[in-house]
Every structure is written in C-alpha cells, then in structure tokens.
Design a binder for this molecule. Structure first.
Ligand code: CTP
Length: 347
C-alpha cells in the first residue's frame, strides 16, 4: 500500500514578504510531503493586527511565486480551525515558535494544538515586517524633514544571519545544461513587490535557465540614491533564491554587463524591464551596451511596481497607526528574542 502523504498547512499575513517568511515556508515544507500556504485575508488581518501594507491580492501573488509552496490558499482566516484543515486536506498546521495571538490575546492555534495537529519551527532572527516598516518609516520621516523622530526607527544593522548552511538550503544546486537557453536579468531587487515577481516570471518565460544578477549595496545607492537599498545584499539574495522562476543568482553583479560574464555563465539572452532601461546614471555609459551589440538583448514590460516610495507613502499617510503598531510589535519581538531565542534549532 502506498504511504499517505503528509500535508502541512502554514499560514501568515506575509506582508512585505521577506527572507524570514521564506525561511518559514522552507522549514514548514520539511515537516511533511506537501505544503499548502494560507494567506490571511485583509479583513481578518485588520481585525487581528491592523492594516497590512500590501493587500490580499498582492500578498497572494507573491506567496504563489515561492518555490516551496505546492498550493496557495488565499483569503484565509487569521485563526485557522480544524474544519479548515479538514476542508483543504491538511494533516497539520505549522507556525514559527513565536506564537500568534488574536485581537483578544488568545493563541490562534489553541484548538489545533488540542487536537495534536500543530507543528512548530524556529522563527528566523533579525528580519520582520515590523523591522521593514521601521526602515521605511525612518526614510519617510527623514524625507519629511523629521530627522530626530526618524532616529527612533533607524534600522539597527540587520541581524539576519547568512550562514553557508542556510544559503545552501535556499540554493537550487543547478547549472545550465548544454543547449539550454540561458537568460540573464539584473537589478537591485529591493523590498519585494508584485512587479519584481512578474519581471522574473517574464524573464524565465524567455528561456530555460534564469540567472538573476543582484547589485551590491553600493551600486544600488549609486543608481537609486542613498536610501537604496532598504534590504541588505544578503536579504535580497535570499528573497530572490526563494522565487520559483529563478535558477541561480550572481551575488554583487556588475552594473555593466561585459563579454567575459556572458561567456562564463553561458548567457544566451539578456533581459531588462522597460522601466529600468532609462534609469541609468548621469554620465554612465549604457549598462546593456555589450548585449545590445551582440544582439542578445530584449526587453519585457512587467506589471506596475510597488516602489519603496509608494510603500513609504502608504506608511506616512497613516503614520500614527503604523508608529503604534510598530512599537507594540517591537516589544513582542524583543521579548521573543529574550525568552525563546534558543528554544529550538532551525530545520
Ligand atoms: N516567521 C518566521 N520568521 C520571521 C517572521 C515570520 O519564521 N522572521 C513566520 C511566522 O512564525 C509565521 C509565518 O512566518 O509562521 C508567517 O508570519 P506572519 O503571519 O506573516 O507574521 P509575523 O509572524 O508577524 O511576521 P512579521 O513579524 O514579519 O510581521
């Protein structure tokens, strides 16, 4: 008789999806054979946590791009029930070891725990939506001339740890096969949004193997200004490696694509989104000059970006609400690191 496959359900808000979320989804997948990911619906999130920066459609679109998700269920309740698990055919629910509570302070997973259908994995240190909101809020306040106020939310250097083991877990362990069409697309790939995911999807659809070049922090600041990037190079690498359209990355890729790298990586086509080809630096020679000369350059037109500026505007428009949410969540997070930090090992 065939062994029954264990189906895990992991859910979350996944607002401004980040490397901690991807590491959660990765670990949850290891707890069973198949992974269903639930994206909590807007209304449910507002009730439990306050407004999310990205709406249900945007958050779902991004979770669907994660390579460890076998199925994505949208608009799920913040508090999952046994009925929900049965209805979708999941054996267990999984969550990080920072347990979630509802608006009345009740553990969202108490019913599931009582039924012995709960699995727990280690929360990833040093990265959270709260932390990202803090970074964006700080930039927003500085731009409004409120330097002093911004200091409070000044991003502490990211505590996210890039260990070799973790990097290996995110990598695909793949190289292009002979005769495969090898596509290359580069960029900063800062705070993830649907425009980035769509660009990667379109780039992959042009060939068989997709290399994504990721600029280092300095190059990013040179192109987009001193507040770019919001995410460190390491955080951006983990995000991009979690996306199912991506086969491999070039970490700290050169701004100007040269012939050597085209040969070394076996690139057969270089792709750029229409929105970025005009954003070259003043006085800079065209970064795509060589692939254009070699006639291996093509463009795509991805869906509209939710740029950092748009996110900052969304935060600044509801500044007080976000400050309150930030302070509340920050306390919870500090408490988590003090009390639970060493509770379990990452899988
Ligand atoms: N998670 C994690 N590591 C992080 C952040 C989240 O393992 N650094 C896990 C949570 O434990 C949960 C899942 O990701 O199992 C979805 O989390 P979500 O509901 O989106 O929200 P938060 O836990 O509040 O994440 P954040 O602090 O980033 O808002």
């Amino acid at each position: 008789m065939e062994n029954k496959q264990i189906v895990i359900y992991v859910d979350g808000v996944f607002d401004i999806i980040h490397s901690g979320h991807f590491n959660a989804i990765r670990q949850a997948k290891k707890l069973g054979d198949k992974l269903y990911v639930g994206v909590n619906g807007d209304e449910s999130v507002i009730k439990a946590k306050g407004p999310a920066l990205m709406n249900n459609e945007e958050r779902t679109y991004m979770v669907e791009a994660c390579k460890w998700a076998d199925k994505v269920i949208t608009d799920t309740p913040y508090t999952p029930s046994i009925e929900l698990l049965d209805q979708i055919g999941a054996d267990y629910s999984a969550h990080g070891d920072d347990m979630a509570v509802d608006e009345s302070g009740v553990d969202c997973y108490s019913e599931i725990k009582k039924a012995h259908r709960m699995k727990v994995f280690k929360r990833t240190e040093g990265v959270s939506t709260t932390d990202l909101i803090g970074r964006l809020l700080s930039i927003g306040l500085i731009k409004e001339g409120l330097e002093k106020e911004a200091q409070i939310y000044k991003p502490i250097a990211s505590k996210f740890l890039t260990t070799g083991w973790r990097l290996k877990e995110f990598c695909n362990d793949k190289i292009p096969k002979p005769n495969q069409k090898v596509i290359y697309i580069d960029g900063v790939w800062d705070v993830l949004h649907p425009g980035i995911i769509h660009a990667l999807e379109l780039a992959k659809s042009k060939g068989d193997f997709l290399f994504v070049g990721i600029y280092d922090n300095e190059t990013s600041s040179q192109i987009y200004g001193k507040y770019s990037p919001v995410l460190s190079l390491q955080e951006r690498v983990f995000n991009i490696l979690a996306i199912k359209y991506v086969d491999d990355v070039v970490i700290g890729s050169p701004r100007k694509i040269n012939e050597d790298m085209i040969k070394s990586l076996g690139i057969t086509q270089v792709i750029a989104d229409e929105s970025v080809i005009d954003s070259s630096l003043v006085g800079e020679s065209d970064p795509y000059e060589i692939p254009k000369q070699l006639k291996i350059f093509d463009t795509i037109k991805a869906r509209e970006a939710v740029t950092n500026d748009i996110l900052i505007r969304r935060i600044v428009e509801r500044k007080n609400e976000y400050i309150e949410k930030y302070q509340k969540k920050q306390k919870k997070e500090e408490n988590y690191y003090l009390t639970q930090k060493e509770a379990m090992a990452e899988i």
